[in-house]
Design a protein around this ligand. Structure first.
Ligand code: IMP
Ligand code: MG
Length: 184
């Protein structure tokens, strides 16, 4: 894809690498949840593409629900303040819950979210994140399933955005600093 090519410093994971890893994750998760029913909670908007691909590799009954959280504004670093802008439509009490996120960075968003969901008394709760950027971590959150650990960089594509753009790139790439410098 040529779109936005000049804004990308480096492609970290191409389409095929992502597809292979998502299938691997799906196989592991399917083994772990064999015989169970699961509420998959997809965190909008970043994880929508990952979720759509991953759920098609899950071999157990899935009920899919969505939540939206905001913490970032248009910058590239976390504000540390999290808000639920769209809550779940279903009740998760007594259910097995698998949270799907695009990236764990500071951990602020997921620390807050996992805590909120735990208070609703699910039977179990686990987190699956496509990307993990451990260098920027501020709060410790347990990750059960992770696609890739990335080097410390701001990445876009495959659902991840900068100022709402780049989500439709089929690969995950490092955004050139010149695109966002002066805009933080
Ligand atoms: P955290 O609260 O710092 O862990 O950030 C969580 C959210 O920030 C993620 O769900 C993403 O939406 C966004 N985010 C963090 N790092 C990146 C990145 O490198 N590219 C795009 N979005 C990011
Ligand atoms: Mg997100």
């Amino acid at each position: 894809m040529e779109l936005f090519k000049n804004d990308i410093e480096q492609i970290l994971y191409d389409e095929h690498t992502i597809a292979k890893r998502v299938a691997e994750l799906g196989a592991v998760i399917s083994r772990d949840y064999e015989g169970k029913e699961v509420v998959v909670v997809s965190i909008l908007r970043g994880s929508c593409i990952f979720t759509a691909d991953l759920v098609r590799h899950l071999e157990f009954p899935v009920s899919l629900d969505f939540m939206a959280l905001s913490s970032y504004g248009n910058g590239t670093t976390s504000t540390g303040q999290v808000q639920i802008t769209k809550d779940l439509s279903c009740n998760i009490e007594g259910k097995h819950v698998l949270v799907i996120e695009d990236i764990m960075d500071s951990g602020n968003t997921l620390a807050y979210l996992m805590n909120v969901l735990l208070q609703r008394k699910p039977a179990s709760i686990r987190l699956c994140t496509l990307l993990d950027n451990p260098a920027r971590r501020q709060q410790k959150v347990e990750i059960s399933y992770c696609g890739f650990q990335i080097p410390n960089a701001f990445v876009v594509g495959y659902g991840l955005d900068y100022a709402q753009y780049y989500r439709n790139l089929p690969y995950i790439g490092v955004l050139k600093e010149s695109v966002y410098s002066g805009n933080l």
